[in-house]
Structures are given as structure tokens and as C-alpha cells.
Design a protein around this ligand. Structure first.
Ligand code: NAP
Length: 542
């Protein structure tokens, strides 16, 4: 059994940053990565049209000024191959690959209370013992597949957007189905529409989308960003979402309609996600949100020629951004093409797959290729896949049976020396995840340095702190429009999942303050122990 100081699980953006940071502290680190290359979601989501909807310069690491200066982004919103090239560049430049074990899926992790160490087991039986266990498994890593009758009978090709095959997938001149109209479905639709013989998009819930306003990055823009990168990073860290946009301090209801129209027009044409901050209360108040929703609906409708299609594609049943909106490049316009059809599943649900296609209650559609853009088991799927057992034989899955319970989204009572990166209870998917990732890992580095210097063997969240944090997460969520919709923020993407609000909606800036406050107060909410808890009178694990 190999002995290390830290096992990091996952070699995506977060896992590589964890490796870099912990290695710098002098720790012996091993990264376990289930797939055959580094890159995480950006390795797997290689579907046509995949691109980031956070600006490239902000969706990149901040830890190395040299890296910031030498990397040249080509587009305002980078495409998946460019992002993957960047991740590979980072892995090579900082010599990270030598500590990454590919094709190594962690299946179990068990805490040894007496020794204050984790024993980690991989699918192939290899084991490690480690002081720290750092989970960088992503929130959108476990693809969700529909379960329609006859799915196995279909004789054409079936692929999932989140596990796009490494072989070439041909869609040109073929009859293609896309099931799902979240960000993935919306991004791939216009690209596939260009060359497919026929494309049918199966929509269950119409989603809001704002234009990406993508463009090549000019030399002058690149020079400008690089000349003031520290200020840009500071602005991102101090903004509510980590995107660098400061919200308009005015309420949407403060301005007369004609002024509001101008504000929305400017934001819509340039800011992508930043549109949601065109006024500070769009995400907080229904009447304010209504004005934004009405604007986006109108702009969307203008792009769609057929009035019947307009009615189906324009979302009417939820508040703007209560479910994650998309940032698209020509999604609605694609439906003006003769080779693109919308199958509205609310009107005519899928009955079954057949050997040649998909039957709905309205008709039989023939396909050569079916693309499942049906999303993921979000937030908890990848954390529950391995069996993680803390003190007293308590598994994470059992502990979280009624929803995730954490302190600050990073630690869990009864799971000492376990650190979750951008998991539930942290800003996570409500933020620029790179900003959140680096913030949390820098915080962890400071904690580990202190533990090492002071001979502390265990950190563990207190039961009281995590109860208070969950209550705080819920309180903040209630101040927003998020709980008003069925969404993966609420665990609604899968039947049987507890309906609780998963991410922290208090903002990146507010969260960062709380992290710092916790450290300044001697890691309030955490017990830091020089001797393992097991060597003291036993407490009941909650
Ligand atoms: P998603 O947002 O969860 O969307 C899944 C879609 O599939 C929804 O339209 C859903 O309909 C539909 N669906 C699920 N099960 C279905 C079924 N059985 N039958 C018919 N339709 C079904 O997933 P995603 O588009 O992959 O995006 C997930 C997240 O990944 C995004 O929200 C974003 O956070 C991230 N992402 C980011 C980018 C980017 O940065 N550019 C790109 C892609 C994805 P319902 O809504 O009715 O459930």
C-alpha cells in the first residue's frame, strides 16, 4: 500500500490546481483520474459547438502571472479544444502529469480513526493511505441518460454530450436527434444544423438564452488584458459571480421603461451571463425579474420566424435565470432552417425508441444518430459514486440522504481531513468555477500549512457549524428567485433526489469573506486536533 500525504481525486481544472498547490507545500501528492487523460469535463464534453460561457481570460488560472502572460486566447469565449489545449499546456508546463495516475478510478475511501488517515482503493484493487483526501470530482461529471422503452433496440448511433466519443462522430448528411435543450443541446444545435440532413430537437422545457457575442480576441485586447491582469482578477474575486461584472446598483423598477430598455439592450448584446446583473435585483425579486424575462422573451421571439414555433421555444413558465440560462450562438435562428424541426415533448411525449428511431405520441421520427444532451446527476452524483466512509462507519451517501450537509461547502462532520472542492454548499455552479476553485484551494493550503507547522493531525467540521451553514445556505436561497423553479440547483433533475437548494447563492465575494473570517477566527466551525478524535472519549457521529 503506497503512502502519500494527499490524494486528489480528479484531474480537471480543480484537480490539477490542487496538485500544483499541495505539491508546492512540500506534500507528496497523487492524483487519481478515472479517464485516460487530464482535463475533466473539458476532456469529456467534446461535442460540436462546446465552448465556455465565461470569458476566456476569466476562465483561466490566476496562480501564475507567467502563465497569464504567455497564454494567448483566440476567442472571447473559448471553444472546448482550445480550453483542453490550455489544460494540457498547464499540466506540461508545471510538470503535473508525473503525479497523475490515469485510468485509475477511486471506488472507496475509508477513514481510519485511530491512525487519522484515509485508505483509498481504486477499481483495480490498488490502495493508498493518505493524510488528506481532496475531492475534485466536478459537479457535472456523471452523465444522466433517459430511460425510454426500447432504447436498446435502436440500431443507429447513440452518444451523450457529456461523454462525447473519442472516435469521429459523423452528423453531416445524417438524420440526427438531439434530446435536451440545456446549454449542451443549445450549443450543438446550430453547428449540427449546418450539415445534418435533418435535425430534430426534442424539447421538454424551453430554456432562456442570451447571445454569446463571441468574437476573436484582437492583439490590442490581449495586450490590454495582460497589462492589467491583477486588477481584472481582483475585480472577478470581488464580483458576485466571479465573472467580473459589478451589478448595477439600481433596481430594475427604478428606471422608466425606455431607460430600462436601453440598459437591457446594451447588456444583452455584450455581457452574456452578465445580463442577469443588468440590475441588482433581477435574481432577487420577481417583479424586477419579470422585466428581464419579458425583454429576453421578446428578443428571442424576434429571432424565430414561425409564430407556432415561437410559442414553443420561448420560455414562459419560469423566472429568468431561475434555471441556468444558456449563452448561445445562433440557437433560435437554427429553427428557421428547413432541415431543423422541434419536437415539443410537452405536446407529444416520447413513447419509445424503435430500431429506426423515436416514436412520440404524435409520430415516428427516423434517425441515424441520437445525441443525448440530457445533462448530469448534478452536484452529488460524482461524490456518491465512490463509497466514502468517515468516522463510525458513516458513508457520505447516508449522511447526505436528505441533502448535502457541509460547513462552507468544503468539509463534513464525521469526515476528518476530507476537503470537497466547488461542491454543494459553495458558490460552485452559481459562480465562475475557476475563481471558486482557486479561492478554496488557496484557503486549504493555508490551513494545511498551519496544521503542519503546529503538529495538527486532523481537521473536522463541527456538527453545529454544518447545521448553521445549511440553514444559512437556505436563508440566502430564499432571498432569490432560484427556488421558484424546478432545476438542478434544487435537485429536481432526477426523480428521488432530495429537493434542497444545492449551491450557495450568497455570491463569490460574500463567500470569500466568510472563508477568510473563518480562518481569522482560528478556523471557526472546525476542530483542529493534535491527536485523532479516536484517541479521546467517543462522540456520536451525526
Ligand atoms: P442540462 O442543463 O441539465 O439540460 C438537460 C436537458 O435535457 C434539459 O433540457 C432537460 O429537460 C433534458 N432532459 C433530461 N432528461 C430528459 C429526458 N428523459 N427526456 C427529454 N429531455 C430530457 O444539461 P446540459 O445542457 O448538459 O448542461 C448542464 C450544465 O453544464 C449547464 O447548466 C452548465 O452549468 C454546464 N455547461 C456549461 C457549458 C458552458 O460553459 N458553455 C456548456 C454546456 C454545459 P428538462 O429541463 O425538462 O429536465
Amino acid at each position: 500500500m503506497a503512502e502519500v500525504d494527499a490524494i486528489v481525486v480528479g484531474a480537471g481544472f480543480a484537480g490539477l490546481r490542487a496538485l500544483y498547490t499541495l505539491r508546492k507545500l512540500g506534500l507528496r501528492v497523487t492524483v487519481l483520474e478515472a479517464s485516460d487523460d487530464v482535463g475533466g469535463v473539458w476532456y469529456h464534453n467534446a461535442y460540436p459547438g462546446a465552448r465556455c460561457d465565461v470569458e476566456s481570460y476569466d476562465y483561466s488560472y490566476r496562480f501564475s502571472p507567467e502563465l497569464e502572460q504567455e497564454w494567448r486566447w483566440t476567442e472571447r469565449y473559448a471553444q472546448q479544444p482550445e480550453i483542453l489545449r490550455y489544460i494540457h499546456h498547464v499540466a506540461d508546463r508545471f510538470d503535473l502529469r508525473r503525479d497523475v495516475l490515469l485510468n485509475t478510478r477511486m471506488t472507496r475511501a475509508e477513514y481510519d480513526e485511530a491512525g487519522a488517515r484515509w485508505t483509498v482503493t481504486a477499481e483495480d484493487g490498488r490502495t493508498w493511505t493518505t493524510w488528506m483526501l481532496v475531492l475534485c470530482v466536478g459537479q457535472l461529471s456523471l452523465p444522466k441518460r433517459p430511460d425510454y422503452p426500447g432504447q436498446d433496440l435502436f440500431e443507429g448511433e447513440v452518444v451523450h454530450s457529456g461523454q462525447w466519443p473519442k472516435r469521429k462522430v459523423e452528423w453531416a448528411s445524417r438524420r440526427v436527434a438531439i434530446i435536451g435543450t440545456g446549454s449542451s443541446g443549445m450549443q450543438m444545435t446550430p453547428v449540427i444544423a449546418q450539415t445534418a440532413k435533418h435535425l430534430t430537437v426534442f424539447q421538454r422545457t424551453p430554456n432562456y438564452s442570451v447571445p454569446a457575442a463571441n468574437a476573436p480576441v484582437t492583439e490590442e485586447e490581449d495586450r490590454q488584458v495582460k497589462a492589467s491582469y491583477p486588477a481584472r482578477r481582483a475585480q472577478a474575486a470581488n464580483s458576485p459571480s466571479g465573472l467580473g461584472f459589478m451589478p448595477n446598483r439600481r433596481s430594475a423598477l427604478d428606471d422608466p421603461p425606455e431607460v430600462r430598455e436601453q440598459v437591457y439592450e446594451a447588456a444583452y448584446n455584450r455581457l452574456g451571463f452578465g445580463f442577469a446583473l443588468a440590475y441588482h435585483d433581477i435574481l432577487l425579486s420577481k417583479p424586477a425579474n419579470d422585466t428581464a424575462a419579458e425583454f429576453v422573451r421578446r428578443k428571442t421571439a424576434e429571432k424565430i420566424r414561425d409564430p407556432e414555433l415561437r410559442k414553443k421555444l420561448v420560455p414562459m413558465d419560469h423566472a429568468f435565470a431561475a434555471r441556468r440560462p444558456s449563452v448561445d450562438s445562433g440557437y433560435y435562428e437554427a429553427f428557421n432552417r428547413d432541415n431543423v424541426e422541434l419536437a415539443d415533448l410537452r405536446e407529444a411525449p416520447i413513447v419509445e425508441f424503435t430500431p429506426t428511431g423515436i416514436r412520440t405520441t404524435a409520430k415516428h421520427h427516423e434517425f441515424d444518430l441520437v445525441i443525448l444532451a440530457t445533462g448530469f446527476d448534478v452536484f452529488t452524483g460524482s461524490l456518491f459514486k465512490p463509497e466514502i466512509t468517515g468516522r463510525g462507519g458513516l458513508t457520505l451517501k447516508r449522511k447526505w440522504a436528505n441533502g448535502p450537509i457541509t460547513h462552507l461547502g468544503i468539509g463534513v462532520n464525521a469526515f476528518p481531513n476530507l476537503f470537497i472542492v466547488v461542491g454543494p454548499g459553495s458558490p460552485s455552479l452559481l459562480s465562475n468555477v475557476l475563481v471558486s476553485t482557486e479561492e478554496q484551494l488557496d484557503w486549504l493550503a493555508t490551513l494545511i500549512a498551519k496544521m503542519r507547522d503546529e503538529g495538527i493531525r486532523e481537521f473536522e467540521v463541527t456538527a453545529q457549524a454544518e447545521q448553521e451553514w445549511v440553514a444559512h445556505v437556505n436563508e440566502r436561497a430564499k432571498e432569490t428567485i432560484y427556488p421558484s423553479a424546478q432545476s438542478f440547483y434544487m435537485g429536481s433533475e432526477l426523480p428521488g433526489k432530495p429537493r434542497v437548494f444545492m449551491p450557495y447563492s450568497g455570491g463569490v465575494r460574500g463567500y470569500r469573506r466568510l472563508l477568510h473570517q473563518c480562518a481569522e477566527q482560528g478556523y471557526s466551525g472546525f476542530e483542529l486536533r493534535k491527536a485523532p478524535a479516536a484517541s479521546r472519549p467517543r462522540r456520536q457521529a451525526s
